[in-house]
Design a protein around this ligand. Structure first.
Ligand SMILES: [Zn+2]
Ligand SMILES: [Zn+2]
Length: 159
């Protein structure tokens, strides 16, 4: 996940990404992610612009039933490497690195892109029924007994 600035020709080239990133996320979210894809590198005068979409996958906990499953998501990448510092430059939303020559380590920036694309709600499947709030049973495996429990007659009629 490095880009050697000295070996980049003019114009557009491709950068193949295939590796594993430590995301360091907690609360059941993927701690590691496999990232794969081909990014485009545009060499424009004093800058490089890296764009594209990476396919990401990682083991995560379902937000409803807490089962571990393979979560897949896309991460859009837009990274700008400025080879000369230009204080007048405004880069908008894009990630900006400053480096003139040599190898640029893209790991940190790619990690940011992958985390930005992380799904808000990650569920093992769209119609996951989750766990019973009372007994914790996995409702995907069947209905638990809680729904059949009748109201204790002693509580009925109380104000
Ligand atoms: Zn689930
Ligand atoms: Zn239950």
């Amino acid at each position: 996940m490095k880009l050697d600035l000295d070996r980049q020709g003019d114009g557009r080239s491709e950068l193949v990404i295939d590796g594993v990133l430590d995301l360091g996320l907690s609360e059941g979210r993927a701690t590691q992610a496999k990232v794969r894809g081909t990014l485009l590198v545009d060499n424009i005068q004093s800058r490089f612009v890296i764009t594209g979409v990476l396919s990401v996958s990682g083991r995560a906990e379902c937000g409803r039933c807490l089962t571990e499953f393979d979560l897949f998501w896309d991460a859009s990448v837009e990274i700008t490497i400025l080879r000369r510092v230009d204080p007048d430059e405004t880069e908008g939303q894009s990630l900006v690195l400053h480096q003139a020559t040599g190898e640029v380590d893209l790991m940190g920036s790619l990690r940011e892109c992958v985390i930005l694309g992380y799904p808000q709600l990650s569920v093992c499947r769209e119609d996951c029924k989750g766990l019973c709030a009372q007994c914790g049973a996995d409702l995907n495996e069947g209905i638990c007994n809680c729904t059949e429990v009748e109201v204790d007659p002693r509580w009925e009629g109380l104000p």
